[in-house]
Ligand binder design. Structure first.
Ligand code: NAD
Length: 420
């Protein structure tokens, strides 16, 4: 098959290799397989921003729609120094499989701007967001493509994006983004949804493996939206959170870190580093500490051929997208580590984003208890489907999850046919 120099990146190679493997296992016909390998549309924009020092900087921005066979596209917006076309395209593809696996009426998308948000002022971030939104305006909309927060973006960025889009329509259009503040049409429980979903899936996995999570030692890489919420919930439930990190470094205390005190420390200092109740480690060292459960919840390709044989966790559950390279996957499999893949583990975010979108379209908002109960039900159902498929087909959980996700999209292509 033709290669795709436009999307050249490690993550894209991984995503396409995963698809190729699954296509073989599903005996997909060549033509359908070929269509799934490519994004439907990919847009590159430049985003000029007047910085606080008076000079203009130009940032690279992307929005990719991978597939629209099941519905409009849905996917996060990421602000990070490593953003590139290949990574965004790979993440859009993963979103397609994730939405399909969860039974949502969406295809996958992703967006990103190459920048370092931590080094930018609030005004600069607002200008960047508004100009990026203006540049991708024709690509987004409540029934075309819906954005959400991801690495380096949050509710405020979604509010600016929604406001910018709405201004061009002459009316308020909350459905163009999810993960926005409650005040302007956000959903109860969206902020916590990804972390919460991870915890639900972890409980299901522990149950299936005949284990209990209480008192188990947990290590979390990343203390942002995903890692922070998962750590807090597991700590509340009596797990021992032995190690945590962020972009500045890691902390370790095998007796357990007090998450409430850590949250206060981070609110004051901006980082987990120098927390008095733990010892310092590097991010790389943290991943190799002995634990029962490892939750990578930061950035991609953290577990690779160079460190996979030193991972000492029984279960690894992927909060981040693409934290494990294919080589590492194989090593972990050979060593008997149970890996719960990103497209299942971190799907809670897009599930509650879907709830937010539906609530917004109906102008009728649900109680948080209802949202939590429905999220729990969907996550548990998806886990059971993947677990059973893995056993039935004699494959690992990642392959089983991808098979479930890819199959539904492929079937939709076949039934819709090829235009014209
Ligand atoms: P976030 O920006 O809220 O938090 C990211 C955390 O990772 C921060 O603590 C940051 O300091 C840390 N970090 C950044 N670079 C790092 C590095 N090189 N090494 C170690 N730590 C680093 O982002 P988030 O929303 O929590 O997203 C984290 C991951 O989860 C991403 O891979 C994202 O794609 C994935 N994800 C997020 C959602 C969501 O709803 N937010 C949904 C699904 C998947």
């Amino acid at each position: 098959m033709a290669d795709m120099p436009e999307f050249e990146s490690e993550m894209h190679r991984t995503a396409v290799a995963q698809l190729d493997d699954v296509a073989g296992r599903l005996h997909l016909d060549h033509d359908t397989h070929l269509r799934l390998r490519y994004p439907r549309r990919a847009l590159v924009v430049t985003v000029p921003v007047r910085m606080d020092n008076g000079h203009t900087e130009v940032f690279m921005g992307y929005r990719v729609h991978h597939n629209t066979a099941l519905g409009p596209t849905k996917g996060g917006l990421r602000y990070d120094a490593d953003v590139n076309m290949g990574e965004v395209t790979a993440l859009a593809m993963l979103m397609t499989w994730k939405c399909s696996l969860m039974g949502l009426p969406y295809g996958g998308a992703k967006g990103g701007v190459r920048c370092t948000p931590r080094g930018m002022s609030k005004r600069e971030l607002e200008s960047l967001t508004r100009r990026y939104t203006a540049e991708i305006m024709l690509f987004i909309g409540p029934d075309l493509d819906i954005a959400a927060p991801d690495l380096g973006t949050d509710e405020q960025i979604m509010a600016w994006m929604m406001d910018t889009y709405s201004m061009t329509q002459g009316k308020s259009v909350p459905g163009v983004v999810t993960g926005k503040p409650l005040l302007v049409g956000g959903s109860a429980g969206r902020r916590e949804a990804t972390g919460r979903g991870i915890v639900y899936v972890l409980y299901q996995a522990a149950k299936s493996l005949g284990q209990s999570l209480r008192g188990k030692r947990i290590v979390v890489q990343g203390f942002g939206n995903v890692g922070g919420v998962a750590a807090r919930m597991l700590w509340n439930d009596g797990c021992v959170i032995a190690g945590i990190s962020d972009f500045r470094g890691a902390i370790w205390n095998p007796q357990g870190i007090d998450i409430r005190q850590l949250e206060a420390h981070v609110a004051e200092s901006g980082s987990v580093v120098d927390f008095p109740g733990a010892d310092p480690l590097t991010n790389a060292q943290l991943l190799e500490q002995p634990c029962d459960v490892l939750i990578p919840a930061a950035v991609a390709s953290q577990i690779h051929a160079g460190n996979a044989d030193r991972i000492r966790a029984g279960i690894m559950i992927e909060g981040a997208n693409g934290p494990t390279t294919p080589e590492a996957d194989q090593i972990l499999k050979d060593r008997g580590v149970t890996v719960i893949p990103d497209i299942l583990a971190n799907a809670g975010g897009v599930v509650v984003s879907y709830f937010e979108w539906v609530q917004g379209l109906q102008h009728y908002f649900w109680k948080e208890t209802e949202i939590v109960a429905r999220l729990q039900e969907l996550m548990a159902r998806a886990f059971t489907r993947v677990w059973n498929a893995a056993h039935k087909n004699g494959v690992d959980l990642r392959t089983a999850a991808l098979m479930e996700g890819v199959r539904r999209v492929a079937d939709a292509h076949v039934v819709r046919g090829l235009y014209p």
